[in-house]
Design a protein around this ligand. Structure first.
Ligand SMILES: O=C(O)CCC(=O)C(=O)O
Ligand SMILES: [Fe+2]
Length: 440
């Protein structure tokens, strides 16, 4: 059953402008579900029918078109069916681009997440990166654990090593940050987080570098469209991404009952927001991602006070089922700060499923050196929430360093950063200006 209403926009691009959500509760009693208040934009009829008549998971799967059937066991959540957009090859500022930008902004404000259809090239890039990821995570623990660097946070993170809100996550991760060799001036000057990416081999490096380049271009187009959708001047957002501190997390989640026994039982990744502008992600067909929709009564600002653990055990999460051939895009802390809470960072978490799960999350970020200031004007004066404003701005490099130190307190990189007092460099003027970064 499709509730999507589609409209063809100029330039032959297709964008879904209609509502496209189905929702239901899972594992709840029929009474509890029927008392549920549906957020605007949701298909209440379908949800009511589902919740009243289909209390059992099997029946529910049928009623929501099968999308909920991959939800990890033991979770209570609505099932999200999301708007899917197609991004043009180039953003020119045309009427079609403006309409698309507005539709993207509206969808993020409503759902906190959108889907982008993958091009044929992207499908291939994801396929290659996925194979490389599977190959890597099959290696012995010793081989994987050797992929570590004491200066950058790039490389392997073992299951249970990452900490979210004080609890170990069972994800296994390979993080990719800017790959800078030892002779690079910023590495020689011991800038925090700057150093090589300890790739295990060329078989891992090549497909991931290619995929990240493609996603980098996608991220820039998305930023341009977001500027158009917000009605702010071109460059208002893209000025910050020159030499952007883009990075990637290549993730594997063990099956639910095969974790290493650290911490509480069976947690994928706890509730958190990500740090920068957008996260463009692909996932395999297993399922595990949950998000929270923006809500007036949910205020957080992760750069001031940790949003990790937010509403972890609440019932009103939205499960994001795997959909073949799409990237999902959620928003990060810096997008929230820049837009004064008009676009909020998307809280999300990952549950462990009955099978192992692979995902690829590309983070489109400001430059490490960028000092961000909230946007002025835009959206007919709607971006006015002064609570999100820190007058001196936010230095992205400091935010990134704080977040990684918090997540990996015991990592060699954190220890070296502290031992060599690299942290104090973050306040030096040369780390807080983009003037030294050449224009493209
Ligand atoms: O596995 C996913 O889908 C998301 C992973 C995630 O939230 C992260 O890497 O920050
Ligand atoms: Fe995340």
């Amino acid at each position: 059953m499709s509730l999507l209403s589609r409209r063809v926009l100029p330039l032959g691009r297709r964008v879904v402008l209609g509502r496209a959500m189905l929702s239901t509760t899972s594992y709840g009693s029929p009474e509890a579900a029927s008392g549920m208040v549906m957020p605007p934009g949701f298909n209440t009829q379908a949800a009511r029918r589902t919740s009243l008549n289909c209390p059992k998971p099997e029946a529910r799967h049928h009623a929501d078109g099968g999308l909920g059937k991959t939800m990890p066991p033991g979770f209570k959540a609505h099932v999200a069916e999301l708007d899917t957009f197609t991004i043009p090859d180039r953003v020119t500022g045309s009427r079609g681009d403006r309409a698309l930008g507005k539709a993207l902004v509206d969808a993020w404000r409503r759902d906190g997440i959108i889907q982008l259809s993958m091009t044929d090239t992207q499908r291939q890039l994801w396929k290659d990166a996925y194979s490389a990821s599977k190959r890597f995570f099959k290696k012995s623990h010793g081989e994987k654990a050797a992929c570590i660097d004491s200066q950058s946070y790039a490389g392997y993170i073992g299951s249970g090593e990452e900490v979210t809100d004080g609890i170990a996550d069972y994800s296994e991760i390979f993080t990719v940050t800017k790959d800078l060799d030892m002779s690079e001036p910023r590495v020689r000057a011991k800038w925090p987080c700057h150093g090589p990416c300890p790739w295990p081999d060329i078989e891992m490096k090549e497909p991931m570098v290619r995929y990240n380049e493609n996603l980098g271009a996608e991220g820039e187009k998305l930023l341009q469209l977001t500027e158009l959708g917000l009605g702010v001047a071109p460059g208002s957002l893209t000025q910050y991404t020159r030499d952007g501190w883009h990075h990637t997390r290549v993730l594997r989640f063990p099956p639910r009952y095969a974790t290493n026994g650290k911490g509480k039982e069976g947690r994928g990744i706890g509730s958190h927001t990500d740090y920068g502008l957008f996260v463009i992600a692909a996932q395999d067909d297993v399922g595990g991602l949950f998000i929270r929709r923006p809500a007036e009564n949910e205020k957080f600002a992760n750069w001031e006070k940790s949003a990790a653990g937010l509403k972890e055990d609440a019932d009103d999460w939205y499960y994001v089922p795997p959909v073949d051939g799409v990237h999902t895009v959620i928003l990060g802390d810096m997008m929230q700060y820049l837009t004064r809470n008009y676009l909020t960072a998307t809280p999300h978490k990952v549950g462990l499923n009955t099978r192992e799960r692979f995902a690829y999350a590309y983070f489109h970020e400001p430059s490490f050196q960028a000092v961000l200031k909230p946007l002025e004007g835009g959206c007919g004066g709607m971006m006015q929430d002064k609570t999100a404003q820190t007058s001196e701005g936010i230095h992205y490099g400091t935010h990134f360093t704080n977040m990684f130190m918090r997540n990996y307190p015991d990592r060699i990189t954190t220890k070296r950063l502290l031992a060599e007092d690299r942290y104090s460099l973050l306040s030096k003027p040369e780390l807080r200006t983009m003037d030294s970064i050449p224009s493209l």
